[in-house]
Design a protein. Structure first.
Length: 345
């Protein structure tokens, strides 16, 4: 039996629940590809899968990891779009491809939508098998590690800013946690669309990095109330759009930071998901609160084209060996890094 190493969670808990297991080498079925993983990117989603989410059942045991890049290693029957040896980026959302949502390009709304490492085995392994529709050519100017740092957060940030908030040139966008994966992507995409960007970060050093990425102003939320800083930086008006993924710790301030008619898009709640909302504030200020999970495959293909053209860039904090995935989870949860963590098998 041919085998591979895979980082598996069998029961929920701390990083110690991650086990490097030996598994049978998966075989691609019709329409599928087997990828030799060269790099796997981490996301906060991985830590939720590991810890567990009340009221949600994950199909354990599960191989962690939604993002990855690697080389096509075996091709299933009927696949014409890829060949052995192709260097690819994995697209993390798997969908049926034939329902009304999929045909409309809204694959995250597919009833069968499944994220690698969340609803089916993921990328933190020597190999992963995916549908042929879940790979795209690796941008030639990116390393495998850089490419693996992009898909989930960039497609999420793109969907939030472009699809949901419909950001326009000249608008002002507040991006929370500019050093996070979604934050570092959102700063760049908002600038690409001609917006003015205010980013928050948790230290002077992280603020400087956010400015390097293109933010017009950075707010050290440990030193200053960010909603007050937003009012100061916008002449009292507030921002047009808030990119919210912090949750309980920031949500009320995010609503206060919005100008009349502003839009808040939320894709996560790393500090907790139960928040109080002043409905008076929502209706008197004509606010919109928009939810977002993941993003469309075609948008991710656009992101990768823009990366190839050097107009968007991954922010890679650090790479570790796959065997040190537990340590990588600890670093992610302690918010010790600016940008993305990647593990290499
Ligand atoms: Zn579908």
């Amino acid at each position: 039996m041919q085998t591979m190493r895979a980082a598996v969670v069998e029961s929920h808990g701390g990083p110690e629940q991650i086990r490097l297991a030996t598994r049978e080498l998966p075989q691609p079925g019709p329409g599928e590809l087997r990828i030799r993983v060269r790099a796997a990117g981490l996301n906060h989603l991985d830590t939720w899968v590991r810890r567990g989410v009340p009221g949600h059942t994950f199909p354990l045991p599960l191989v962690l990891g939604s993002d990855g890049a690697g080389i096509v290693d075996a091709v299933g029957a009927g696949v014409r779009s890829a060949r052995i040896g192709d260097e690819i980026v994995l697209l993390p959302g798997v969908s049926c491809g034939v329902c009304a949502a999929c045909l409309a390009g809204e694959d995250p709304l597919c009833a069968d939508y499944a994220i690698l490492g969340e609803a089916r085995d993921g990328t933190c392994a020597d190999y992963v098998v995916v549908p042929a529709a879940n790979v795209a050519p690796k941008p030639t100017n990116l390393s495998f590690a850089e490419a693996a740092a992009m898909p989930l957060v960039f497609q999420t940030a793109w969907s939030m800013l472009v699809r949901k908030a419909a950001v326009r040139p000249g608008e002002t966008v507040l991006v929370h946690a500019g050093g996070s994966g979604v934050g570092s992507a959102a700063i760049q995409i908002a600038k690409l669309f001609g917006a003015r960007v205010l980013a928050t970060a948790g230290s002077a050093e992280k603020c400087a990095r956010a400015i390097d990425l293109g933010a017009d102003h950075a707010i050290d939320y440990r030193a200053e109330d960010f909603a007050k800083a937003v009012r100061r930086l916008t002449g009292g008006a507030g921002v047009d759009v808030v990119i919210e993924h912090v949750g309980a710790a920031t949500f009320d301030g995010s609503l206060r930071a919005l100008r009349r008619g502003g839009r808040l898009v939320t894709c996560g709640a790393t500090t907790g998901g139960d928040v109080g909302i002043s409905l008076h504030r929502v209706f008197f200020k004509n606010l919109s609160i928009l939810g977002n999970t993941m993003g469309r495959k075609d948008d991710l293909l656009r992101v990768l084209q823009l990366a190839d053209a050097g107009r968007l860039r991954p922010v890679l904090a650090r790479t570790l060996p796959l065997a040190e995935l537990r340590e990588a989870h600890r670093l992610l949860e302690q918010r010790q890094v600016f940008g993305k963590l990647v593990v290499e098998p």
